[in-house]
Design a protein around this ligand. Structure first.
Ligand SMILES: *Cc1c(COP(=O)(O)O)cnc(C)c1O
Length: 415
């Protein structure tokens, strides 16, 4: 008889090609264990993790407070549905309202679903309070809002919608940080504007604070709801609990996911009492949204993240890594100065290395460091919010070595 362990020993990267839909192209390494900022693969090789999944395991792997919350709830009750409610969901929602501008919370399971709820709420709100023409959603090129059909269409990369037609309508895109283009697009028919404070998947491009303020003002003038997609920038990643706090702009609706559950799938849409009223009984829902296990873990996670010591560490490690990246970029010329906020950093490849961010990612892995890319031209770093100073220095040394390796290979090929 085959034990569970024997089955586990048999799977490898090759198994992916045999049993999985080929929509991903995962790396060859298969990590099996993680503690804090470190991961170990099937062969026992150690890695420093500057990826956190994709900016998800913000407190590192297997944080004791999250493991305790998961175990404690696992022995009480896992799931009750929204026909009843459960204590962890109510506690999580209460905490999120204490920690943000919001008075009301809708819980979901993924960033896409939180955005789906936000876009539906914006349309519903306009159908109740606006004219029948008030349907337009404005978003930005290179934005990413998830992969459900509505969310992917609101996102600003047409390669992700090709072949999925017919597509939902009433969505317009303008260049990010381009105020003239935005002014030309917004009108009384706009029901919502959605933006990421830092475009994550689109290349780690921060919003210009002046642009953010002007968008807020134009939304007010045209009675359009401002939605901040903080799926990636939220939960401490930017150096404050949510990035909007640093912009001096308060959105009407905020969505978040990724770091919220520290690796447990959970998402939230936050809004004000007045706007929440438009999502009346029966208008929207989710089977798993507010699941007790997910909510218990997310509450533990948000409490750890909201500690001043965690947020202060994000700022100081962010500065340390930015400084380290600057000196590596001067030494090797593989990438340029980094941009981003807190511990969400992106370094665009130099013209000579354009389109080769994935090669750098693979080289880092050979040197024991997990990094991410944001498209073909940007290396992205999203390490644990609890990364120590010495771990940050170690990661920078590995990155330096990876760049040196790439340069020496390139030199050998040209010489
Ligand atoms: C990852 C991401 C999403 C999608 O989240 P899923 O959990 O994959 O559905 C949406 N918006 C932003 C800004 C993201 O980074």
């Amino acid at each position: 008889m085959e034990t569970a362990q024997a089955t586990e020993a048999l799977v490898s990267r090759q198994t992916f090609d045999q049993v999985m839909v080929p929509n991903y192209a995962p790396l060859d390494v298969v990590p099996v264990r993680g503690v804090g900022a470190r991961l170990w693969d099937q062969q026992g090789r150690e890695y420093l993790d500057f990826a956190c999944g994709i900016a998800v395991t913000g407190l590192g792997h297997c944080h004791p407070a999250l493991v305790a919350a998961l175990n404690e709830q696992a022995n009480r009750v896992w799931h009750l549905s929204n026909v009843m409610t459960n204590e962890p969901a109510l506690r999580l929602a209460k905490r999120l309202t204490e920690l943000s501008f919001a008075d009301r919370v809708f819980l979901a399971n993924s960033g896409s679903e939180a955005n789906e709820a936000a876009f539906k709420l914006a349309r519903k709100h306009a159908s109740i309070h606006g004219s029948p023409e008030k349907r337009q959603i404005i978003s930005f090129y290179n934005a990413f809002h998830g992969r459900t059909l509505f969310a992917v269409c609101v996102g600003g990369q047409s390669k992700y919608t090709e072949g999925f037609e017919p597509l939902p309508g009433g969505i317009d895109h303008v260049p990010f940080n381009d105020l003239e283009a935005f002014k030309a697009a917004i009108s009384g028919n706009t029901c919502a504007v959605v933006m990421e404070p830092v475009q994550g998947e689109g290349g780690v491009t921060p919003v210009d604070p002046e642009f953010a303020k002007a968008v807020r003002q134009l939304c007010d003038e045209h009675k359009a709801l401002l939605i901040y997609d903080e799926v990636q920038t939220g939960n401490g990643r930017s150096g404050t609990l949510f990035a909007y706090e640093q912009l001096g702009v308060t959105p009407d609706i905020l969505t978040t996911a990724k770091g919220l559950g520290g690796g447990f799938p959970v998402a939230a849409m936050l809004t004000t009492h007045a706007i929440a009223e438009s999502l009346a009984f029966g208008t929207h829902g989710s089977t798993y949204g507010g699941n007790a296990l997910a909510s218990a873990v997310a509450l533990a996670s948000i409490n750890e993240i909201a500690k001043p010591s965690t947020l202060a560490n994000v700022k100081s490690r962010g500065e340390q890594i930015r400084e380290g990246l600057r000196s590596i970029s001067e030494r090797h010329g593989v990438f340029e100065a980094a941009r981003g906020m807190g511990l969400l950093l992106g370094a665009p490849m130099t013209p000579e290395w354009k389109g080769r961010a994935r090669e750098l990612m693979a080289a880092c892995l050979r040197h024991g460091l997990w990094v991410l890319v944001a498209g073909p031209d940007v290396m992205r770093l999203a390490p644990s919010l609890l990364l120590t100073e010495s771990e940050a220095a170690e990661g920078l040394r590995s990155l330096d070595a990876a760049c040196a390796e790439l340069c020496s290979v390139a030199l050998a090929a040209n010489g």
